[in-house]
Write a protein that binds this ligand. Structure first.
Ligand code: PGA
Length: 252
């Protein structure tokens, strides 16, 4: 059975002390929270807080993920962080292809593909984001856009490699805007993505792939979204910065 995953993407938020407080609060509250045994919580803080977060969690409360990784192995790439570095710190997951990185830092599907290769080579699980902007949704081009992102970013992988990938569908018009996709819109796209995977890798791989929804997912709408059969959890931005909200989503 595929995992349900609730991953918190802190983005560029929190000072060290604030991050420390949030991790402690999360651990304390997770201890007394009844999570479904098939639900995995992943916390993705900024790079400088990865070690502190992973030291605390010790994998017993949540897994730790990075928000980005270099597409290169090592060497003269000032400011970059490699998959080998993350592996050596026992980081488990890494977000790739987030729409903010695509829009502000020119992350193309080709770069996404190279980052995914680096992560898999170093035993990290990529959480690969896809999703259309508002203009594409209004022009009914969302399926073409997502198909291209998935095909160009991921379909060079073998079935074995692909089985370590988590996908996050995040309609860009819903990220940080308070506008959420309706449960039907989310289900429709998640089923479309699962079908693409089935066509390429077969039904078993498709059935085992976790496909998360992201974009203004909150305690008030998480249950409805996650009730859909192809929605396997969420990638949570704003609401992951408050322990109570994040845990309310994880228990939904
Ligand atoms: P949001 O962000 O929950 O704040 O909309 C989601 C994301 O960007 O991953």
């Amino acid at each position: 059975m595929r995992k349900h995953i609730v991953a918190g993407n802190w983005k560029m938020n929190k000072t060290f002390n604030e991050a420390d407080d949030l991790v402690n609060e999360l651990m304390e509250k997770l201890e007394s929270t009844e999570l479904d045994p098939n639900t995995l919580v992943v916390v993705c803080p900024p790079f400088p807080y990865l070690e502190m977060t992973s030291d605390y969690s010790d994998d017993s409360y949540f897994m730790v993920g990075a928000q980005n990784v270099s597409d290169q192995e090592s060497g003269a790439y000032t400011g970059e962080v490699s998959a080998a570095m993350l592996e050596s710190m026992e980081i488990d997951y890494c977000i790739v292809g987030h729409s903010e990185r695509r829009a502000y830092y020119g992350e193309t599907d080709e770069i996404v593909a190279r980052k995914v290769d680096q992560l898999l080579k170093h035993n990290l699980r990529p959480i690969v984001c896809c999703g259309e902007v508002l203009e594409e949704r209004e022009g009914n081009r969302q399926f073409d856009v997502v198909k291209k992102q998935i095909t160009d970013g991921l379909f060079h992988l073998s079935a074995d490699e692909f089985s370590n990938v988590v996908i996050a569908y995040e309609p860009v018009w819903a990220i940080g805007t308070g506008k959420t996709a309706t449960p039907d819109q989310a289900q429709e796209m998640h089923a479309f993505i699962r079908n693409l995977i089935a066509e390429k890798y077969g039904d078993e791989v498709a059935e085992n792939t976790s496909i998360l929804y992201g974009g203004s997912c909150k305690p008030g709408n998480a249950k409805e979204l996650f009730a859909n059969k192809d929605v396997d959890g969420g990638l949570i931005g704003g609401a992951s910065l408050k322990a109570d909200d994040f845990l309310a989503i994880a228990t939904a």
